[in-house]
Design a protein around this ligand. Structure first.
Ligand code: ZN
Length: 92
């Protein structure tokens, strides 16, 4: 019998990442985790039962910069996404 070779499925990591980020970002918004400290500073409080770290996100030269691991690795993270959604800069 001919074995059916599975068609390789292209699921770019970036796209996956973005999807999970937006999903998580929405959770931060739904749980009111974002707290605006100033025009250019937000803190993101931990999601109950999800993590325990509070992150600070600052706007520098029109770019939001977060101090979490994800941002360091990808220059993008769910916290930044959450702010973008909240501020209306990212339309879904
Ligand atoms: Zn972050």
């Amino acid at each position: 019998m001919e074995s059916h070779k599975e068609v390789q499925h292209y699921d770019p990591i970036e796209k996956k990442l973005l999807h999970s980020q937006i999903h998580k970002a929405q959770k931060f918004i739904d749980n009111n985790c974002l707290e605006k400290l100033g025009d250019r500073v937000y803190i993101c409080k931990p999601l109950p039962g999800y993590n325990k770290t509070k992150y600070t996100i600052e706007k520098k030269d029109e770019i939001w910069i977060c101090n979490c691991q994800g941002f360091k690795a990808h220059c993008n993270c769910s916290h930044v996404q959450a702010i973008l959604i909240k501020e209306g800069g990212l339309h879904q």
